[in-house]
Design a protein around this ligand. Sequence first.
Ligand code: ADP
Length: 331
Amino acid sequence: MANIQILTKESGDNTTADIQANRKCVVNVDHVRKKYGTTVAVDDVSFSVNEGEIFGIIGPNGAGKTTTVECISGLRRPDSGSVSIYGLSPQQNRDKIRNFLGVQLQESTLPPKIKVGEAVSLFASFYPNPLDPSDLLESLGIGNIKNSTFKKLSGGQKQRLSIALALVGNPKIAILDELTTGLDPEARRETWTLIEGIRNRGVTVILVSHFMDEVERLCDRLALIDHGIVKALDTPEAIAALAGGNRVRFVPSQPVDDKTLYAIPGVNQIERKERYITVKGTGDLAASVINSLGKIGVHLSDIEARGGNLDDAFVKLTRDSDGSNTLGGSQ
Ligand code: ADP
């Protein structure tokens, strides 16, 4: 079983850690390795996905994300390590797993003249307990294009259709790869709402993405994969904090020296500009600064706090030895 580090997402009774701890693990990826010839696509990847969560897989182009989800869906056989879905091996139990796993297809796999309704009904016929195609299209907001041919669809409509095809078998787990690539901002937001709706219906979602705003908004937890290895496995907030990007800017009521500021828990960098002091560091920095300085009678005004940034963390964790870094999706 993968060693999952769980950090709390928010304070209060129902922390993410509490929720995660009570959830069942439905997908377990254990030390998976996969080579194509001499290319090591996946070197050593382990993680678990809990029932009902949206689990994101992020990483630079060529990191091994698609190969990892192909091993999960049974399309590829790992050279070593193992995958289990509800306790079953996708390679040995493909027929059983097919009934509760939905995989988003690349759009090029559909013939141009097939109608939307026909495609969904055709896919429904492959499954023992499918959703009603018309109801599904309605719920995805594309009931009105049932009779349109595939080649006439817009990018957003094609994306919705590919989601419909992934869901029509009534899966417990859906794997969605590069869901919103090529969509305009409005279509992307609509698709996000759709994915949240799918999760609210109890479907576990594994989402491969290279958009940090997307995974920040949607995912409960993320695996950041680089060169076939998991570099970080945690909530988006916790991974963002790895960049050390928390910062608090303020104006103190009286001068404060660097020694006092560095003594505040979490502070690891100080900048001064005119009346302003900016401290950078980790943890709940704003509370830490306000409490520590308040205790010595220093009050703060014009306080501005900014959280860690997932983009910065991504770059920091995946920077190549030559300093380059390629954000990008699977081919
Ligand atoms: P990602 O989805 O993160 O972009 P992939 O899993 O698609 O990464 O690819 C990982 C590595 O494996 C890349 O170097 C890619 O070129 C290589 N690769 C992927 N598929 C194949 C294949 N069918 N044959 C040979 N090499 C492949």
